[in-house]
Design a protein. Structure first.
Length: 128
């Protein structure tokens, strides 16, 4: 008798969707919330585009095939972008339930947005 094959989906740390789901505590194989998470990821990516990050024409994802280097160059100055997207999605998808926790979360997002603004000079092209 053949043993069943256990094919657990592998987490892809380059995938925008997979990384955000991991930060939310959702495994890559659980796709029930993917449409809502994707919507929130695209909201965060739109905000970043307005801040001068990513392709000028905008960027959106539709599944877990989109990777971070599709949105931003491999530039260590932009490593905080991943944290920003995850935290923004967390705020929209699973907001903190207490006032002080919500306020702390908002302060972190505000600081990240400020740091992104400082890092990305609209007149300067980032290395691709």
């Amino acid at each position: 008798m053949a043993e069943p094959v256990n094919e657990t989906p592998v987490f892809n740390s380059d995938s925008i969707l997979d990384l955000v789901k991991k930060d939310l505590g959702i495994g890559p194989d659980y796709t029930h919330f993917d449409p809502e998470i994707i919507m929130h990821i695209n909201t965060a990516l739109s905000i970043l585009t307005q801040l001068g990050v990513g392709p000028k024409a905008g960027f959106s994802i539709s599944d877990n095939s989109a990777v971070w280097t599709d949105f931003i160059p491999a530039d260590s100055r932009l490593s905080l972008i991943k944290s920003y997207v995850s935290k923004k999605v967390k705020q929209l998808f699973d907001p903190p339930t207490t006032g002080p926790l919500s306020e702390a979360h908002n302060k972190v997002l505000t600081e990240l947005e400020w740091r992104i603004n400082v890092t990305v000079d609209p007149g300067e092209e980032l290395d691709e």
